[in-house]
Design a protein around this ligand. Structure first.
Ligand code: TYC
Length: 127
């Protein structure tokens, strides 16, 4: 059988693969040396968007509390606190999320409100 490089024993024992004959970048005239440069990790925190809930005269308080529990993972006490804040002040924050998540929450709230014929409105505001 002829020598088959896909079988065991290639590259030949005693020569590390990284320094095989094919490495043309590390030569006596042009050795692999250079300045060590520290790189700053190029990651950015995603922009956050607040979901705001608006007051109206018709949506039942209990429905708003339900929405805050279901879509914003609030406890009943926290949901009630936020609902009463919106009722008294006109607007309140449900939570802060990345853009797509915030957009999805607004759609979910508005869809459920429309299905139940409530005029409840919410919007997105950059954090
Ligand atoms: N103002 C409403 C009422 O008196 C209750 C309400 C609270 C509606 C918060 C909307 O985002 C809202 N039934």
């Amino acid at each position: 059988m002829r020598f088959d490089h896909t079988s065991q024993g290639f590259p030949p024992a005693g020569r590390p693969a990284a320094m095989s004959d094919g490495d043309k970048t590390n030569t006596p005239d042009s050795p692999n040396v250079g300045v060590v440069v520290k790189t700053r990790p190029r990651t950015r925190k995603p922009a956050m968007y607040k979901v705001l809930m608006l007051n109206d005269d018709y949506t039942p308080m209990e429905f708003v509390v339900h929405v805050l529990e279901r879509f914003f993972q609030k406890s009943r006490d926290e949901a009630t606190r936020i609902m009463l804040h919106v009722h008294k002040r006109g607007v309140g924050v449900c939570g802060a999320y990345t853009y797509e998540v915030a957009e999805t929450k607004v759609t979910q709230v508005m869809d459920l409100a429309r299905q139940n014929q409530h005029p409840l409105q919410c919007t997105i505001e950059k954090d």
